[in-house]
Design a protein around this ligand. Sequence first.
Ligand code: KG4
Ligand code: ZN
Length: 343
Amino acid sequence: MIVLGIESSCDETSVAVLKDGTVLSNLISSQDFHINFGGVVPELSSRAHIQIISSLVKEALAKAGCSLDDIDVIGATAGPGLIGALLVGYTFARGLAYAKKKIFVPVNHIEGHIFSGFLMEVKPIFPLLVLAVSGGHTLLLLAKSFTEIIKLGSTVDDAAGEAFDKVAKMIGLGYPGGPKIQAAAENGNNRKIQFPIADMKGKYDFSFSGVKTSVLRYIQSAFGAPKTTLIPEEQLNDIAASFQFAVVRALIDKCELALKNFEVASLSLVGGVAANEELRKSFFQLGAKYKKKVVIPKLEYCGDNAAMIAFRAQSLILAGEKFSIESDAFPNFSSKYFINASL
Ligand code: KG4
Ligand code: ZN
């Protein structure tokens, strides 16, 4: 089965071609100009997707050595994401599918991330514990199969990536926050400041607004105001390292709790924040402690990419799911494969 995948939910336009689960091409065009605005500007994002989508599809097909006629299935991100940005990739993909009479599969972006570990040579095994951490989501899930995803917990406020981005902005490191905090943290002492880890009522839920506020209070009391110029580099690195330590601890603690209470065959860490070196290291250590197989996608598949969207489309087709191009006219943010756990 050859699948063409298209992703345009935020600030990456991506097109991929997958043959029987193997990635033949996965092109990612990142909209770096948002740096000038300190965050993603939705309208500019949509325009940039429009400008590049057509040539990126041609390029991805050429790199894969395919033509549109060789494609069996076209999958596109249907949400969640920025609606204007989504519409570009979604309607382009649907138009192609309509013109070329291909099967069209709307793909939930989070489901794309959840199963991105399957793009690796060594695959996860069900039942699979998944920690999905991105700019928009923080979810702890138990995937029993490709169509049964039990939601154990989620964030009650900020997503983990959002917390990285907001704290980076607060201490003057700028956008995108995750990689900048990681870089600063490499030179800092992660035990210097004890930022709190929220103890949640919902056993497997997360909260990051407390640690974010603690960073703000800390820089206000130590440096008078949240201005970069007032924070010497050494202290800045210590704040970044201590903040990163608190977030990683909070994430790993909940994963460990889930490992104690559920029988799983493997664990997978996915989403943009899965690029974080400290988190990757701690996640592997956790897997080793519980003697479980750990799959963390390579960096190319952690951030937004179309290979994961194509893979998700393929997994749904192989699971026997049926799609109708007529009824899937608009992006849809919901997922019918998520089951809320009664814990
Ligand atoms: O999955 P993703 O590319 O887009 C969303 O669907 O949200 O995730 C982007 C998020 C951003 O918040 C970014 O700061 C974070 O992933 N991120 C990181 C790192 N690289 C990206 N967070 C921590 N450490 C990193 N190295
Ligand atoms: Zn994402």
